[in-house]
Design a protein around this ligand. Structure first.
Ligand code: SF4
Length: 223
């Protein structure tokens, strides 16, 4: 199967089965999304969603967050991974949003990565979710799933995977393809135990075809 055919089949599958895929983080505006994505590093969306209502209540916008100290933020996010670092990042982020960006969330990757706690992956999430820009955020799920299916080939870093995915995906589908791959990785193509028998992508998946070639007649067990 050529790479082009594989992409076409994967896109068809997700368009049919996940036409409305979106982030599982809860947010009402770009400010809330940015804070939630910063908090979600090394943490589940579920836990972030349990934490953010009280945080957004206390700090409803960048101006309120800019007045907060890390010590004031910490108790509100203490159940999240790396709370000390993230409290520092949020306090700095609020201040920089106000001082440099007038309290608004900038919508370019170059501007976003200047903010504390915001790397390329987060900037790609914000610009693709808020503005449907064709920026592919590659997290651990996207990296793994794209490699297993065969959408990426020998990508050693998230940036390499990002470049390969963006090169092959139609520009208007990049933003939703990020959610397709994340959700597939979260619920089907799980890191330690991919649910291949239940997966609708078996026929196009490189990992699965290698598995079958090595163990004819066997399938991996889903959770
Ligand atoms: S067939 Fe298995 S390895 Fe391939 S995408 Fe599906 S769950 Fe992942």
């Amino acid at each position: 199967m050529t790479t082009k055919e594989r992409y076409r089949k994967v896109i068809e599958y997700f368009q049919q089965h996940a036409p409305d895929a979106e982030t599982e983080l809860l947010y009402d505006n770009p400010y809330q999304l940015l804070v939630a994505v910063v908090l979600s590093a090394q943490c589940t969306d579920k836990r972030v969603n349990l934490t953010t209502p009280a945080l957004f209540d206390r700090y409803p916008d960048a101006f309120a967050l800019a007045e907060a100290t890390p010590e004031e933020i910490l108790p509100l996010i203490k159940s999240i991974s790396y709370p000390n670092n993230k409290a520092r990042h949020l306090a700095g982020l609020g201040k920089m949003l106000v001082e440099r960006f007038g309290g608004e969330i900038p919508l370019t990757v170059d501007e976003l990565v200047q903010l504390p706690g915001v790397g390329r992956k987060t900037a790609n999430v914000i610009t693709s979710v808020v503005d449907q820009q064709p920026n592919m955020a590659v997290d651990t799920h996207v990296f793994r799933v794209a490699q297993r299916i065969g959408l990426t080939h020998n990508a050693k870093t998230p940036l390499a995977a990002e470049k390969q995915l963006v090169k092959h995906l139609p520009v208007d589908l990049v933003h939703i393809a990020h959610h397709w791959l994340i959700l597939h990785g979260r619920y089907v193509c799980i890191a330690r135990s991919p649910r291949c028998p239940a997966c609708g992508l078996k026929d196009v998946c490189k990992y699965y075809s290698h598995l079958m070639a090595k163990q004819p007649g066997k399938t991996t067990q889903g959770k």
